[in-house]
Design a protein around this ligand. Structure first.
Ligand SMILES: [Fe+2]
Length: 231
């Protein structure tokens, strides 16, 4: 399996391109609008055709490349069934499987960061969006986020995956790239809690600033960024 992790330094977002074989089909997870040229180059160099573009959730900190990619490649666009995005071509729910070439991607509904957040499992990898980060977790203070839901998503779904499962997050702010479920269980400071109330107390006291341009970004992402012009 070919896996490429591409970092957007402005929003500290990771985009993933995954393909099974040269000349086959590929999928992309959480494409950042500003990095589209980079994705086009990687797809060309890997000699793969983009079949599926997935957003793990409605992003508040960067404009999605889903709309532009679907125009360029005529690929399907995928989000969770709770995503408030009309234009998306396929909405998925817990337990569904997406097929790209002979890759199988399992949908895990992991709300809490936002109500539409999903994680996507592929072989021994799980793409956790902003639900589970490396030594952190995604904020739960807007877009119908909920720390209790996030606790349930992490403790009762993601941490139930085999410990060796590789965790590929939607963001990293410290330079980490990949982790494992076992590592996060042992060393993620936010997961060293004994109950959901303790977790909610941590999350409700983070006092984080609102992302810049959040309202504009969200309104663009409701249309998959299709008519967005980068400045
Ligand atoms: Fe997010």
């Amino acid at each position: 399996m070919q896996l490429r992790q591409i970092f957007d330094a402005k929003s500290c977002t990771y985009t993933y391109i995954i393909a099974n074989r040269v000349g086959g089909e590929a999928l992309i997870i959480d494409p950042v609008f500003e990095k589209l040229d980079h994705f086009v180059r990687v797809l060309r160099e890997l000699d793969v055709k983009l079949a599926l573009a997935i957003d793990t959730h409605l992003h508040a900190d960067h404009v999605t490349g889903l709309g532009k990619l679907s125009k360029l490649y005529n690929c399907a666009t995928v989000m969770g069934e709770r995503a408030a995005v009309e234009a998306v071509s396929l909405k998925v729910k817990e337990g569904e499987t997406l097929k790209v070439d002979n890759l199988r991607v399992e949908v895990i509904y992991t709300p809490g960061h936002t109500e539409d957040s999903c994680s996507f499992r592929l072989n021994d990898c799980v793409f956790t969006g902003d639900t589970l980060l490396i030594r952190g977790t995604g904020r739960t203070d807007f877009q119908a986020g909920c720390p209790y839901q996030q606790y349930d998503s992490i403790f009762n779904k993601l941490l139930k995956l085999p410990g060796h499962t590789l965790v590929y997050p939607g963001h990293d702010y410290k330079g980490d790239t990949v982790s494992t479920i076992a590592e996060e269980q042992a060393f993620n400071p936010r997961l060293q809690v004994s109950c959901s109330t303790d977790y909610a107390n941590i999350m409700n006291n983070l006092n984080l600033a609102t992302p810049k341009m959040m309202d504009i970004v969200i309104s663009q992402n409701r249309k998959m960024g299709v008519d967005y012009e980068a400045r």
